[in-house]
Design a protein. Structure first.
Length: 430
């Protein structure tokens, strides 16, 4: 079998008496050289030129191998796209051709797995079973738990189609046992295996076992109700595979997490637009529609795990209830907001101010003063002169209503200083 690009580089490096650090010096890390030599990464043309110069070898010596690898990877992607389109029969000869060739940057087990998948979809159960068995054997030798689980899942499918239900259950249970030993695993994969288990148990009349399997599947999926959590999980899985040197799977899970994070940003934007609409409705005096809209936003923010936005929405609802004179509901929403907010959160300043106004309206002046002073402290830490001035103005009103004119005047003086500071920041000097 001809040497691969990575093997050629490694062989020449050793002949020249160079370490991986020597070869990569001034260009890339020793780790990257290691990945290139293991055929886990393709060097750019510029990097390959630099490597060739250090190894005192014409770049043409390497280019043929590199071009062949690129073509084989492209061919594999074509086969994968056919599978995604459901054209399994067309993908079979392409995958069989790749199995016959040496494709260093493609795991032969993954090509074998895809080929067996195509044969399964084409109804060739014996050939599919043989393929998945080979994948399982290879993955077990390499201690590749993820691929073992996938192979066992598919072996279970084959046996189910052959009506060999006890063996199907055995494969699926073994897959779940393997997954339980891994700290981070794909909950959707576990839920799918459990769903199949439940289906077979139900068919066999084992209603109790079927219910237990479905309950476990539900538990897994409940944990993924937050897209933020599943995006974080996929990111961690990508990091784990990268640390193990499995860069293909690392890239796959990293891409999943990126897509989810991007989706979450769009979802957040959509909820924020709806929330702003509700706030405007409240400012227009349409309290019922505003509260209905904000309640819906509250549910959606909770569903997607936006804790800070949940707190903010509680704060906005508290202000609307305050305007309606419903001090009990306003206080409840302030309490909910404060429970969720970090001690140093700027949002606490606005909630304290709302709470202070509630207590002022209830003639509980001591608490009103305390909340407003806490509001001032938050805004001072954040260096927001405009908000500081507003809080001092409202504090002066509390003291005035309480009959303490001296403290009211002092608060107004503090308000004046804050306003002057705000104008100065904007380049306006009185």
């Amino acid at each position: 079998m001809p040497a691969t690009l990575g093997q050629k580089i490694k062989e020449l490096r050793i002949q020249k008496g160079l370490t991986q650090s020597d070869l990569g010096a001034g260009m890339v890390t020793p780790s990257m050289i290691s990945q290139i030599e293991a055929d886990k990464a393709n060097p750019s043309h510029k990097l390959l030129q630099a490597i060739a110069e250090k190894l005192e070898t014409p770049i043409e010596y390497f280019l043929t191998d590199m071009q062949m690898q690129i073509e084989q990877i492209a061919t594999y992607k074509v086969a994968r796209s056919m599978m995604e389109a459901g054209e399994f029969q067309r993908a079979v000869p392409i995958l069989e051709g790749l199995m016959e060739d040496s494709v260093p940057q493609l795991h032969s087990a993954e090509i074998q797995f895809d080929l067996a998948e195509c044969l399964l979809e084409d109804g060739k159960l014996d050939e599919a079973l043989d393929g998945f068995d080979k994948v399982l054997s290879s993955a077990t030798t390499r201690k590749d738990v993820y691929m073992q689980v996938l192979a066992l899942k598919q072996l279970g499918y084959v046996e189910e189609k052959r009506h060999n239900y006890p063996l199907a259950i055995y494969h699926w249970q073994k897959a779940l046992d393997l997954m339980a030993k891994v700290e981070d695993h794909d909950p959707f994969l576990a839920a799918e295996i459990l769903r199949q288990l439940g289906k077979v148990y139900g068919y066999l009349g084992e209603k109790k076992d079927a219910l237990h399997a479905y309950e476990r599947a539900h538990t897994y999926l409940e944990a993924t109700a937050s897209f933020q959590k599943i995006a974080d999980l996929y990111r961690r899985l990508g990091e784990s595979f990268r640390e193990q040197g499995d860069f293909d799977r690392a890239s796959e899970y990293a891409q999943h997490s990126i897509s989810l994070y991007r989706g979450l940003k769009n979802i957040k934007l959509a909820i924020e637009v709806k929330e702003n609409f509700g706030i405007v409705k409240g400012e227009e005096g349409n309290a019922d529609e505003a509260l209905q809209t904000l309640s819906a936003c509250l549910v959606e923010y909770q569903e997607y795990g936006y804790t800070e936005k949940v707190a903010h929405t509680h704060g906005e609802m508290a202000r609307i209830y305050l305007g309606n004179g419903d001090y009990a509901q306003a206080s409840t929403h302030c309490d909910e907001a404060l429970k969720l907010l970090a001690e140093d959160s700027l949002e606490r300043g606005f909630v304290y101010r709302t709470y202070s106004t509630i207590r002022k309206e209830q003639k509980q002046f001591a608490e009103a003063v305390d909340f407003m002073e806490q509001s001032v402290k938050i805004f001072e830490i954040a260096d927001l002169p405009r908000e500081i001035a507003k809080s001092y103005s409202m504090l002066g009103d509390i003291y005035k209503e309480q009959g303490d004119l001296q403290k009211a005047i002092h608060s107004l003086e503090q308000m004046k200083r804050a306003m002057e500071s705000n104008l100065k920041e904007r380049g306006i000097v009185l």
